[in-house]
Design a protein around this ligand. Structure first.
Ligand code: UDP
Ligand code: MG
Length: 319
């Protein structure tokens, strides 16, 4: 089999407006380096003309290949599908919307040649994101940093180059609720950041709405920390301490002033409050149990509907 030096994995979900521009800029940027390469587009169940455009692109350019997943599996899984299909000695992962400038890839390759196995793009500017999203992102990363198991380099995203060794390490983890950013950091290897300017999305809109981002953040927190489980210990302790103080207060008051009102409000408030706390902690346990159930089912991470391009490689690998 003919192995390129570098494979480029690009998840694609309704990016018809951007694919041609991306292909042109990508080819131009990588041709400037002295490497052989292949680009693997993963169509993540797009409902626009993305797949037709990929078909054309793969027919025009023999270094392009594409996989079409059987439905939308989400970006994290689409990346895995792409990684599974790579043959290169290094793999670059990038978005299809041109927010990750292809011109940075030569810099990645340079670092790779210097011996780095995990070269990540460090976004200089998050100003392309809406304010509210940026604020939530900040809180999320603070939480992960303070309580999580992995150290995420600030500004690092999915745009990166991984050496074959790092890719194989990543692919040995078939967990379903995937949070790639955490996994990239978890595998370690000699790492370095390469700063780049995030560009505005070329065409179309972000595929991540608030609910999707919240799910994603939850996946991250649940996969890389046990805060959601542990936080209840502290909440419980605080509430109990408060309840003891309250008991002391009422006892003292009764001793001094005798019984006055029957204390109906206190009762209602505390019952409602504690029921709430119990339901929330049950919900947290439920989230974890659901995740365990999901992993235990051992379904394949994704299914490939069609493969486009020269070399007919991989199939969906089961977990
Ligand atoms: N994407 C995907 N599957 C999805 C959602 C997004 O493959 O379900 C791809 C999308 O086509 C793009 C990349 O993931 O190449 C990043 O998506 P987007 O630009 O919408 O995210 P943002 O830049 O807003 O984080
Ligand atoms: Mg984007």
């Amino acid at each position: 089999m003919n192995r390129p030096d570098v494979s480029i994995v690009i998840p694609v979900f309704n990016e018809a407006q951007n694919l041609r521009a991306l292909a042109a800029r990508l080819a131009l940027a990588v041709d400037a380096c002295d490497v052989s390469y292949e680009a693997i587009f993963v169509d993540d169940g797009s409902s626009d003309e993305s797949l037709e455009i990929l078909r054309d692109l793969c027919a025009e350019e023999r270094r392009f290949r594409a996989l079409s997943l059987s439905r939308n599996f989400g970006k994290e899984v689409a990346i895995v599908a792409g990684l599974d299909a790579t043959l290169g000695g290094a793999v670059v992962i990038m978005d299809a919307d041109l927010q990750h400038p292809p011109e940075v890839i030569p810099l990645f390759i340079e670092k790779w040649r210097e011996g780095y196995k995990n070269v990540y793009g460090e976004r200089i500017d998050r100003a392309t994101d809406p304010k509210l999203r940026a604020a939530f992102t900040h809180v999320f990363y603070r939480l992960l940093e303070d309580f999580g198991d992995v150290r995420l380099p600030p500004g690092a995203g999915d745009f990166r180059l991984l050496d074959r060794q790092a890719v194989d390490a990543l692919l040995s983890m078939r967990e379903r609720a995937r949070f790639n950013k955490g996994l990239f950091a978890w595998i370690g290897f000699k790492s370095i950041g390469v700063p780049f300017d995030v560009e505005d999305r070329a065409g179309g809109t972000s595929k991540f709405n608030f609910v999707r981002l919240a799910r994603f953040a939850l996946d991250g927190l649940m996969s890389f920390s046990s805060i959601p489980l542990k936080v209840w210990t502290y909440v419980g302790l605080a509430i109990s301490a408060f309840a003891i103080a309250m008991a002391g207060y009422y006892w003292a008051r009764t001793m001094v002033f005798g019984v006055d009102t029957p204390g109906f409000p206190t009762l209602v408030v505390s019952i409602a409050f504690f029921s709430g706390v119990q339901l929330i902690s049950l919900g947290v346990l439920g989230e974890y149990v659901a995740r365990i159930f999901n992993e235990v089912k051992g379904r394949p991470l994704y299914l490939v509907a069609e493969k486009l391009g020269e070399n007919d490689v991989t199939n969906a690998k089961a977990g």
